[in-house]
Design a protein around this ligand. Sequence first.
Ligand SMILES: CCCCCCCCCCCC/C=C/CC(=O)SCCNC(=O)CCNC(=O)[C@H](O)C(C)(C)COP(=O)(O)OP(=O)(O)OC[C@H]1O[C@@H](n2cnc3c(N)ncnc32)[C@H](O)[C@@H]1OP(=O)(O)O
Length: 581
Amino acid sequence: MFLRNVMRKIASQKSLNGLAIKKNYFGTTSSLLDDFSINANEKTGVSVITMSKTPANSLNLEFIQELSMAIQKLNMEKSCRGIILTSSLPSIFSAGLDILEMYQPEPDRLEKFWTEFQEIWLALYSSPKTVMSAINGHSPAGGCIIALATDYRIMKPKFTIGLNETMLGIVAPFWAEDSMKAVIGQRRSEYSLQLGKLYTAEEALQINLIDEISDNPLQACEDEMMNWLKLPDHARTLTKFQNRGHIIEKMKKGRKEDLEKFVKFIPREGIQMALGTYLDNLKSRKKKQLKTCVSDVELIVRKIKYNLEDYTKTTFFYLGAQDGILAENLINSGCKKVIVTEHKKSNEEHLNEIQNRFREKFLRFTRFPNSRIIEEYKLDGLEEKNWHTQPKVAVILTLLTNDRSKLSLNSYLLRKQFPFNFGRTPIFLLTDNTESKVILMNETNLQTEKRIPSRALSYMFLYDRTLLAEIPRLKPSQKYTKLIKIQPKSDLVDLLYDEDKFKEAEVFLKHFFNKPYERVIPKIEKICPNLGSELIDMNITMLDRVKDLDFRIIGEIFRLVASNDNYSRNIIRVLSSRHEF
Ligand SMILES: CCCCCCCCCCCC/C=C/CC(=O)SCCNC(=O)CCNC(=O)[C@H](O)C(C)(C)COP(=O)(O)OP(=O)(O)OC[C@H]1O[C@@H](n2cnc3c(N)ncnc32)[C@H](O)[C@@H]1OP(=O)(O)O
């Protein structure tokens, strides 16, 4: 029965041929997301898929979807006889599933994610083509699952491979287990899976988890592929299905139940804790100097960090659940990358519609399902259709968490992660978390911790005023004014609202202008406790009230606080050019 289906599939592929793949099939094409490229060789009939999703080729929903679509197309392309999977990253083939997809997941997305992963596995494991993996770097978990779904594996020495899921407190799916058993045998699989073993290439070769070791796995795969392609395709394909048929059938029968288990299992508290700890360890392995906590903030930062690399493109990060009009406007105005956070089901449809409509214009359309929106922070003004006047780059970060205990907003980390100094970038940091513990750090690693009152972080609007002048609708809205007036809890707000205090500060600032930073902050704090650290943390926090203030004073504050800080110096420079102080 299965073989009959296969034969039918092969026959139907002939008629689909040409429809499935664009005419320009040969040559190099890039994925929509630029996360992989395909090089199709007309002479050999071999297509090389090179994954290049920094930093680790971790498989998130969009990456899997794109990759899967490409493989399915190649599967149907008659002129393609072989596929080689490899990576352009120097030391990672694939780090497996993107753990962030499973950590604090959004149910709908989690379901889609796993469905797509099942799909790509099927596309690979039941591919009629000869499929090989040139494993030129680490290949744990999902990376290994992908490699196991191919017909031949050649790996670079020293790197590691294996199904290490149990190390993360999760369980490899039954179909991955089956594919491992088929390659290395029942006993070895059971042992490897239970212990979450990662093998070096040398060890992996000994247990047949890989077929060869080579310093140049891609070249070696290309050479080996020629041997495979000497045989008639139909005989080889049918033999492959005779061997794999039962595993594929079992997977197809069990995939619904597998999906149900996955979506039920992953959100469990214990699993989430294990994943959180694993992520923590991944980070601390890098021995980063910064004291960081895993939080939504950090995860968002990590997720978007890599999208900031290309400053030449208009970038807009829109994190928040609005109705998408903003995204639409941005795209119309030439925006090249859009990142959307979404959690509201009601908006899903609209966003999908936008995504489809502007598909080619999107380089990235990523959703961060863990964010929450707080209605009152809706940036009403941004819906204006006057985006032709808008800046090249705009960043809006909505840093929200629903886990108060965990949130730690490390401004130093944020500053390190974001190239704040690229030109005229308004950066809004909005958050609504109550009683957050904020870790403040300055450049000299001086660290203070303090509890900030509810909504105080909403004051952390950091923007370049010159830009605001150009975008009327970006000017601080009434809403902000209202918020700030209602809750002027921060010392800085107090200062800015209290003329007397402000005058006093002015005298101080003038007096201490150009004095060493360490000497100045304590003095400022005498006038206004915590002001120093607030300023440091916010890298100069401006409130909407700023428009009413004397820029000279603000400038002085900048200068004082920024004695060692490039970004602030930058702001000062911009401010100085606009306002004489
Ligand atoms: C009781 C009922 C049971 C019912 C069962 C239900 C069924 C449930 C099924 C569940 C199945 C789930 C299957 C999961 C398969 C997976 O793939 S899980 C993912 C596992 N992946 C890993 O463990 C790999 C983790 N990464 C690493 O070990 C290393 O990164 C590396 C060895 C791959 C490379 O090391 P190195 O070169 O030193 O790079 P790093 O600095 O570590 O990484 C760079 C960068 O990438 C981030 N990163 C790495 N891996 C991932 C990942 N998988 N996801 C997301 N992000 C990743 C890493 O944190 C670094 O980021 P920063 O630079 O620090 O920002």
